[in-house]
Design a protein around this ligand. Structure first.
Ligand SMILES: [Ca+2]
Ligand SMILES: [Ca+2]
Length: 370
């Protein structure tokens, strides 16, 4: 199916939903306990997944658990353990460790102090999320599909060490975020490369419709998620020596939209990332549109959610190749207890821009949050 036809299909429920009444605004979503929780305690999650990908050899990878046939099996995909505590009324610390597919050991995921000043917002010092991308900033258990779109995994900044200022509710409609990160990257407390900066603003343009705009800049980058993606795919496009020399200037910007109305949620977004190494310059672009809609099931209207998503990922807009990805995903979520305990069944049809390989994936996943 042509991608515009798919986009039109996805937009149909949006048109219908917009014609309905008004519901509460989207809730706070920031992936930590820096908002709302003024207490202490543990947070823990485990996610198990069984997946099957057709094909088994020489597949390109987008750094997902399931995009390679060699990974067919059950996998404890994700374990997260966190602890937070108040040092005083307005000062909180948070530490989270993780084990994910691709990481061989438990590693520190978040480690920061958060200072809250009413009327101003929050100041976060340490390793935390860089404010870029609504789906990236939202816990994956609250998302429609089992995987985030590539626009918000491969083209966004990884967690980093630095200073973040934000006010999620600066006004009834406006939220803002700004961070500077002098560290070399996640879990690397040494400095040396130029400072990364990122900023995001969100605006509630209608009671149920939130728009986010964001920008990030990292001169003289040696490593990034995008760099690891290129490295894992045969050092595509010739940027790796320039990354190794710390000579790549990365800049990114993006827009995202979230609409919620009763049983319907619609997520959309686009991200552009330029990696300029002087001798070689690559521009990547990606967009996505996803929808979730609850349908009545056995007399209950909050258990069964149908989900559908389409994305277009282009890591180098100057060439058409096997890393160009157009994916259509659909499935169903069964919410045993809201998003904390849920089953997901997703099927993803993967279409490469050239040299298409057999790599569609069927995935069954269970999430449990304690
Ligand atoms: Ca391309
Ligand atoms: Ca394919």
């Amino acid at each position: 199916m042509h991608r515009l036809s798919i986009a039109a299909l996805l937009l149909l429920p949006l048109t219908a939903a917009l014609a309905q009444g008004v519901n509460p605004a989207p809730r706070d979503y920031w992936k930590s306990c820096t908002i709302g929780k003024r207490d202490r305690g543990y947070t823990a999650r485990i996610q198990g997944r069984y997946s099957v990908t057709e094909g088994s050899q020489a597949l390109p990878t987008w750094l997902l658990r399931d995009d390679n046939g060699a990974n067919d099996d059950y996998n404890t995909r994700r374990i997260r353990l966190g602890y937070f505590d108040e040092l005083q009324d307005d000062l909180l610390y948070f530490v989270q460790v993780r084990r994910d597919w691709g990481a061989n050991e438990f590693e520190i995921h978040d480690l920061y102090l958060s200072w809250n000043r009413p009327g101003f917002g929050n100041l976060v010092l340490g390793q935390s999320m860089v404010p870029f991308g609504r789906q990236y900033l939202t816990s994956d258990i609250q998302l429609p599909l089992g995987e985030r779109p590539l626009a918000e995994t491969l083209l966004v900044p990884d967690r980093a060490i630095g200073l973040l200022l934000y006010n999620h509710r600066a006004t009834d409609r406006l939220g803002w975020y700004a961070g500077v990160y002098p560290g070399k990257g996640k879990n690397d407390w040494s400095t040396g490369s130029a400072i990364m900066a990122a900023a995001r603003v969100e605006y509630l343009v209608a009671p149920n419709l939130n728009i986010g705009l964001q920008w990030a800049c990292h001169p003289d980058t040696a490593t990034s998620t995008f760099q690891r993606f290129l490295s894992r795919n045969g050092s595509a496009y010739g940027l790796q020596p320039l990354y190794a020399a710390g000579q790549v200037d990365e800049t990114a910007y993006g827009v995202d939209v979230l609409y919620r109305n009763g049983p319907t949620s619609i997520w959309g977004g686009t991200t552009t990332r330029k990696a300029d190494g002087g001798a070689v310059s690559v521009t990547a672009n990606a967009w996505y549109l996803e929808a979730g809609h609850y349908i009545p099931f056995q007399g209950q209207d909050d258990k069964l959610e149908l989900v559908l998503g389409y994305q277009d990922f282009d890591p180098n807009t100057a060439v058409t190749d096997q890393l160009d990805a157009r994916w259509l995903a659909f499935g169903v979520n069964y919410h045993v207890e809201a998003c904390k305990r849920q089953w997901r069944l997703n099927y993803t049809i993967r279409d490469e821009g050239a040299d298409d390989v057999a790599n569609n994936t069927l995935m069954l996943e269970y999430d449990h949050q304690f």
